[in-house]
Design a protein around this ligand. Structure first.
Ligand code: ATP
Length: 476
């Protein structure tokens, strides 16, 4: 059963917002940060840049900068830890992006991975039919063409001579790499069902409409779990994974009121799905899908067995029976999760009459865990500050910054969500103590350098920042 406080809201498909929703004005629009602020912070602080920017950029492609690459890696690691490392019923896999073309015939992607596309006869903008309400172009009110089906897979050719080369596709999901390896994993891992196989990797979709920053792009990263179960237990496992995945976002700091569950209507289910839930997030443009959790039944294994001629089933030794497992699939986007974490963490507040922008990220997601800041760039302070930095950086992702005033340096760390700053001042030279300053409360405590690592480790694991224990001040 789903948790009682899980907001399982039945929502119409019409509530799923199209990229132009912000132009239309949406009633459920949250009174929070707008996307421009996030895009600008990402550019300014080295989180995310437009791709090929010096050539004018490439539509819907983005590059992760020095801070973004850390954040993205932390999101991936948090998923992998909770899905693979903290359980004994899930193993990992890393399959190739290019696969035998037969895979995509069997999976139904050649025939069915399509979106109906409409083109405006006046401004020639193209729209996904299910993003359009009414008969006219939302941009210029022009007349639209009849819908035609558009396959979202990127085609390329393999082999040095183009005319003789075979057509292959860039994978639009990582799931199929898991299904075609089901037998390999079952026979080599010696695990029993229920068994999950997890994969993180790039996927490619030639989306008709992209937009909203990294929300919908043509190249993105998937985090997918295929959880194989005995038929008849599938509904229970679907409930289990819906709750598990919902709680994962909450545990990592996303506010519950900004998340909701939406069950797909029968007319909306994908060709392979028996049931499906979306976890939606309240993005600045409105409620939109963050993750999908589907009951795929035995569709994929049956299809691959049929097309490859290889039997894909499971022998349950305890029950003495053979069957084709059903599959529960939680499928999330790394980039879309990064965006939700950024938006939810973003805050602007006033401290002593000055504005500060802060990312209240869960410390496990923060790009930098600790910043070492000598009070000033002074020849007496630098050696001790460097010593502290060298001590910390093998254990924590640590930044060293000695340029500009201490206040400005704190603000720079706040903007990228660094949970702790360690300040070395002139007193530190005498008493061998330093000040730890906490991002959210702005409280400060003083600790001996020799206890610094242990202290930070405990605090990064969630120990309360007990500012009264030693001495505390609120930052001026
Ligand atoms: P949407 O309806 O938003 O296009 P979808 O239902 O096609 O998504 P799935 O195939 O269920 O998406 O993929 C699972 C997850 O992968 C999505 O919830 C999303 O987080 C991510 N995802 C899918 N397509 C994209 C994309 N084009 N850009 C970024 N992330 C994506």
């Amino acid at each position: 059963m789903l948790n009682e406080d899980t907001p399982l809201t039945p929502v119409n498909k019409a509530d799923k917002l199209s990229p132009d929703a912000s132009e239309k004005g949406d009633l459920s629009m949250p009174a929070k940060v707008d996307m421009d602020k996030i895009v600008s912070l990402c550019k300014r602080r080295g989180l995310i840049f437009p791709s090929s920017e010096i050539y004018g950029g490439l539509a819907s492609c983005w590059d992760y900068g020095p801070m973004g690459v850390e954040l993205k890696r932390n999101v991936r690691d948090a998923w992998w830890k909770s899905i693979v490392h903290e359980r004994d019923d899930v193993v990992g896999l890393d399959t190739s992006i290019m696969m035998h073309p037969g895979v995509w015939t069997a999976s139904g992607h050649i025939d069915s991975f399509t979106d109906p596309l409409l083109e405006c006869k006046s401004c020639h903008l193209r729209w996904r039919a299910d993003d359009i309400e009414g008969q006219r172009c939302p941009k210029c009110d022009g007349e639209l063409t009849e819908p035609r089906m558009f396959n979202l897979m990127f085609k390329t050719s393999m082999g040095p001579v183009e005319e003789e080369a075979s057509t292959i596709y860039l994978r639009p999901e990582t799931a199929q790499g898991i299904f075609v390896n089901f037998d390999n994993v079952i026979t080599t891992s010696r695990k029993k069902l229920p068994l999950g196989i997890a994969q993180i990797g790039k996927s490619f979709r030639n989306e008709i409409t992209t937009g909203n920053f990294i929300f919908r792009t043509r190249e993105f990263e998937h985090m997918e779990l295929e959880y194989f179960v005995k038929p008849g237990t599938d509904e229970e496992w679907l409930d289990y994974w819906v709750k598990e995945r919902f709680d994962w976002y909450v545990k990592l700091g996303i506010r519950k009121e900004n998340l909701r569950l939406r069950q797909h209507g029968k007319d909306e289910l994908a060709h392979y799905a028996r049931d499906c839930y979306d976890i939606d997030y309240l993005f600045p443009m409105g409620w939109s899908e963050l993750e999908g959790i589907a009951n795929r039944g035995d569709f994929d294994l049956i299809q691959h067995a049929k097309h490859s001629g290889k039997e894909l089933g499971y022998y349950d030794a305890e029950a003495g029976e053979k069957y084709v497992p059903y599959v529960i699939e939680p499928s999330a986007g790394v980039d879309r999760s990064v965006l939700a974490f950024l938006i939810d963490a973003y805050d602007e507040e006033e401290v002593e009459g000055e504005k500060r922008t802060v990312l209240h990220l869960n410390p496990s997601l923060s790009p930098i865990k600790v910043a070492v800041l000598p009070l000033s760039r002074n020849e007496k302070l630098t050696p001790l500050a460097k010593e502290v930095f060298n001590k910390l950086c093998p254990n924590f992702v640590t930044d060293y910054d000695d340029s500009q005033s201490i206040g400005r340096r704190y603000r720079r760390q706040d903007e990228i969500g660094t949970p702790f700053c360690v300040t070395i001042d002139f007193e530190s030279l005498e008493d061998k103590q330093v000040t730890i300053r906490e991002r959210d409360s702005l409280a400060q405590i003083r600790v001996p350098i020799e206890k610094l690592e242990k202290n930070l480790e405990a605090k990064l694991k969630g120990e309360a920042f007990n500012a009264s224990a030693l001495w505390a001040t609120r930052e001026k």
